[in-house]
Each structure stands twice: as C-alpha cells, then as structure tokens.
Design a protein around this ligand. Structure first.
Ligand SMILES: Nc1ncnc2c1ncn2[C@@H]1O[C@H](COP(=O)(O)OP(=O)(O)OP(=O)(O)O)[C@@H](O)[C@H]1O
Ligand SMILES: [Mg+2]
Length: 380
C-alpha cells in the first residue's frame, strides 16, 4: 500500500518557484493500478520520483506498507520499486540482456536465473530473445526500447511499479497488444502500480483508479466509470470531454440510436415518399422489398429535381445504399464506415439481413445530445 499525505514539492528555478506537487493526499491499495493523468508539467513525473526518493519532498510524507519512506535505506527502497522512466533510460553501452538483468544481478541472483528471467521478459514483451538479447539499445526502435524499459522494471519482481508513460513511443497496434498482455500479467502478479499516461483511452482501459492532476494538485481520484460519469469540475470535464463522447460511441450499439423503421415497399408513390420524409424530418427514405431486403434509398433532392417524377413509381428513383451494418455494431463503427466510405447514412439490418432502420449523422448527434442532457438532468 502506498499512501501520500499532504505531499508538496517546490522547485526553485533561478528566481522562480514552481510548486510541482501541491498538497497531494492519495491512498493506493495493494494490487491496484492507478493512472496519473494530467497535462504536461502538472507534476506526474515529480510524484513518481518522490515515491522512490529520486526527489526529496518538502512537506508531508509518503508511506509504503505503513512505513515512512524517508526512514528506509534509499537503495533498498529503490530495489523494491520497479521504475520505467519517461525517457526509457537504457544504458547505451550495455546489451539488452544486460540492461534487463541488471537489478537481478545486483541483488545476487545467479547467472542462470538471470538468463531465464531475461528470456521470459523478452518473450513477454513480444521480442524474440535470441534476436534481441545481445543487441545494443541504439539498434532498436523507440517502441522496442520502451518495451525493454518495462521488462527491466519488472526484472527483479518488485512489489511496486512506477511507470512513466511506458507505452508512449509504441505504435497503436503494438501498444494495444502490450496493454492487453500487461493487464493479463497484472491479473496474475497483482502488483501495486502507478502508471503515468497522457492518453485517456489508455487510462480508462488500464486503471483501477485514475488520479487527475492539474498544476500540482489532485483534482479527482476515482474509478474510470465515475470519472466519465461524474467529472468533478470543468477541468476534468474538458480534459475527458471529447474522449467521453468517443467512449459513448464505443459503448452504444446502432440499434439504440438508429431512426425508427423508415422503409417502405417499392410500390410506394413518390408523393407519399415526400410526406414520409417530412414526417421523419429526413431528406431521404429507405426502401426495401416485400420481404424486407434493403433495396436502397430515394432522396428528396432527386424527386424535386424533376417534378414529373412525382407521378412515377418509386422503383425508378432508388439509389443503392450498398453499405449495410448489423444493428449490434457500435456507433463508432458506424461513424468509421461513414467517414471512410464518404457516405452520410447506412442501412441497418438484423442478423438475417432484414432491414430494420437507418442511421445517419443526425441520428448519432441526436442520440448524444439526448444522452448528455439526461445525464445532466440526473445530476450526473
Ligand atoms: N528538477 C527540476 N528542477 C526544476 N523544475 C522542475 C524539475 N523537475 C520538474 N520541474 C518542474 O516541475 C513541474 C512538474 O514537472 P513534471 O516533470 O513532474 O511534469 P509532468 O506532469 O511529468 O509533465 P510531462 O507530462 O510533460 O512529463 C514542471 O513545471 C517542471 O518544469
Ligand atoms: Mg513527466
């Protein structure tokens, strides 16, 4: 367990004083993964460095397992705390294997055990141990070096891990894999982890709790769900703002946001189609066959272009809407498909391919604004 009690740290830069950490109190339970989230310069790295005494605090105290850290031997303290530093910090003239095995060696593991551990950790980080063990840091990409930094912090199996943007330099695909693997590993290892991130998606995914920090102060400390649903103030709201909407898009299925069934059979008259569009407040109408297969759509614009068409059969005006989405897809999938195919609406079908509705940008906007309003009314 790590406990911060009224912790403050001020730096003096020439004449200027900067309070990097301002009266932070925070309790992190054994086995919890806490993400520190906040803008650049808000004090995240400083808080980590105070925890392993790379910086000494000015006021307050930090306890690890109920013992004040300033009463402990600095070196011993650090051996029990794995630290992934923000700039990775591998030793350039040591091989990858030597970098990872450094602390296990210092604390007296035999060579065999160290070698095994190096292999195990490289595999865990998705790096072939035979290929990478004897390379030097400059022969690796930034993302690979970062993975080595994580492996090195885990090497001596410490109870506590401090990770300063450990996956920041890794490309999105590898990052997702590493996050997943790391979470699986954490379920087994149950370490107490403080994890710094700029990325709210990463924070929401990884964290048991998120600590939102601004200008050295702890603004909100809560579970990801509560941070999303109940941002404590404007700062938190703005910080997670757009991401909050993105998260909703990820969670909501199109069947909840699509417009109610707006299809009509192909024997519909054009003028009825216009009336229906008006009633639905849309400038198009989805059309399906007798057995409810989607045939496409007709647009108000096409009808109005040639008034004589108002007398004709709908079937002549149908344009194909060939992109179909099942109603269990998420709003984010719908938006992605719209954007990548440059279309503004999609047919929604059920698992049998039967047309059940349509979704367009307006439906998504309506859904979001209704939902937010509801949250606000409920005081959420
Ligand atoms: N050794 C130092 N000497 C003087 N000022 C420092 C020192 N370390 C940090 N600071 C200042 O303290 C503040 C907090 O810095 P810190 O590195 O903790 O921020 P951070 O939240 O980790 O930022 P980032 O997200 O950019 O890494 C900044 O204003 C920084 O300039
Ligand atoms: Mg930092």
């Amino acid at each position: 367990m790590i406990e911060y009690v009224n912790v403050s740290k001020t730096f003096t830069n020439e004449a200027h004083k900067i309070t990097a950490v301002n009266d932070i109190s925070l309790k992190i339970n054994q086995g919890e993964l806490v993400v520190l989230l906040g803008p650049s310069g808000c004090g995240k790295t400083t808080l980590l460095r105070l925890t392993n005494r790379l910086e000494e605090l000015d006021r307050g105290h930090i306890l690890i397992n109920n013992r004040k850290i300033d009463t402990q031997d600095e070196v011993k303290l650090r051996q029990g705390i794995g630290y992934v530093i923000q700039e990775i910090g591998l030793f350039p003239n040591k091989t990858i294997g030597e970098n990872i095995g450094m602390i296990p060696k210092v604390i007296g593991w035999n060579q065999n055990k160290v070698e095994k551990r190096i292999e195990e950790l490289l595999e865990m980080m998705n790096l072939d141990s035979i290929l990478y063990k004897d390379k030097y840091p400059h022969q690796l990409s930034g993302g690979q070096r970062q993975r080595i930094g994580v492996a090195r912090a885990l090497a001596a199996n410490p109870d506590i891990l401090l990770m300063d943007e450990p996956f920041g330099a890794i490309d999105p695909i590898n990052r997702k894999n590493i996050q997943d693997q790391f979470l699986t590993l954490q379920k087994k290892l149950n370490k107490t982890i403080i994890f710094v991130s700029h990325d709210i998606h990463e924070a929401l995914k990884m964290a048991d709790k998120i600590a939102i920090i601004n200008q050295g102060e702890l603004i909100q400390f809560d579970t990801p769900e509560n941070i999303l649903l109940d941002p404590k103030n404007k700062f938190v709201e703005e910080f997670i703002g757009t991401e909050r909407a993105m998260k909703v898009l990820d969670l909501v299925r199109v069947k909840e946001a699509m417009s109610s069934i707006s299809y009509k059979y192909d024997d519909l008259e054009v003028k009825d189609a216009l009336k229906l569009m008006k009633k639905n407040n849309r400038d198009y109408l989805l059309i399906c066959s007798e057995d409810r297969r989607p045939l496409g759509y007709i647009s108000r614009e096409d009808i109005l272009k040639n008034p004589f068409q108002q007398e004709s059969k709908i079937i002549n005006l149908i344009k194909d809407l060939d992109i179909r989405l099942t109603y269990t897809s998420t709003l984010k999938e719908a938006l992605t498909i719209m954007v990548s195919n440059e279309v503004t609406k999609l047919c929604i079908v059920d698992q049998n391919g039967t047309l059940v509705g349509a979704i367009d940008f307006t439906d998504i906007q309506d859904y979001l604004s209704k939902n937010y309003r509801r949250n606000q009314e409920m005081g959420l």
